[in-house]
Design a protein around this ligand. Structure first.
Ligand SMILES: Nc1nc2c(ncn2[C@@H]2O[C@H](COP(=O)(O)OP(=O)(O)OP(=O)(O)O)[C@@H](O)[C@H]2O)c(=O)[nH]1
Length: 214
């Protein structure tokens, strides 16, 4: 594995062959982008990293019986918001968006990052593969982001417990809105901003994004 502290950008066409891949890792500050990258490449968890520099990692990784020459750009983040540099959009062939299960805000930032990446790619370009990955799953006791179906059903039960008989006749869409507000604020904080990218159903089918827990 080679570590570059300099962010050496190359033209998008160079080395653009099968057997090679360029991946950019983004997410809000301290969600564990570097930890996750190093864990993937070395299968080891290292606690502390230099966090204030963009890094490129180079390694050959086995994928489906073939070897992929992989370059991973780990974009450091000084802000809670993710900035998607124009030159990175031209460079990256795939994106890994990381958030921490201990921070609802980092999940929001991740969702906005997916929107920013797809917007930056332009309407005339096919959307690159994007994977949203949850990190810090060992910190279950301070989890803020709960996306399991069980969690969703628990919220339905809570909601029904809170409602009067008259309110139980709410329409499905009102019920859904209430759920989204509940899940976005952990119950107390009300925030009416949407939590998922606003794309039409048709657009959704074209996107190749996945949500995965590490
Ligand atoms: N408990 C726990 N801590 C983690 C995990 N991943 C990373 N950390 C810790 O979270 C802190 C931030 O990790 P980094 O990998 O530096 O996070 P980053 O997103 O690269 O940070 P920036 O580049 O500064 O935005 C470090 O103290 C890590 O040890 C994890 O899965 N579990």
């Amino acid at each position: 594995m080679v570590l570059d502290t300099k962010f050496g950008m190359r033209s998008p066409d160079r080395d653009n062959q099968s057997g090679q891949a360029r991946l950019t890792v983004i997410g809000s500050k301290a969600v564990g982008k570097t930890a996750l990258t190093v864990r993937y490449l070395t299968k080891r968890f290292i606690g502390e990293y230099q966090s204030d520099t963009d890094m490129i990692y180079r390694a050959t990784m086995p994928v489906d019986g073939s070897k992929i020459a992989l370059e991973i750009l780990d974009l450091s983040s000084n802000l809670d918001e993710v900035v998607v540099p124009r030159e990175t959009v031209a460079w990256a062939e795939a994106w890994l968006v990381v958030y921490s299960i201990t921070s609802w805000e980092s999940f929001r930032v991740g969702v906005r990052a997916v929107e920013a990446v797809t917007a930056a790619c332009g309407a005339d370009q096919p959307n690159p593969p994007v994977l949203i990955m949850a990190n810090k799953k060992d910190l279950e006791h301070i989890r803020q982001v709960n996306e399991s179906i069980d969690g969703l059903l628990r919220q339905v039960s809570q909601l029904k417990g809170q409602t009067s008989p008259r309110l139980r006749k709410l329409s499905v869409s009102k019920m859904f809105n209430q759920l989204m507000n509940l899940s976005s604020g952990g119950g107390g904080h009300q925030d009416h901003r949407p939590v998922m990218p606003r794309v039409s159903l048709r657009d959704r089918t074209r996107k190749r994004g996945h949500i995965r827990q590490s």
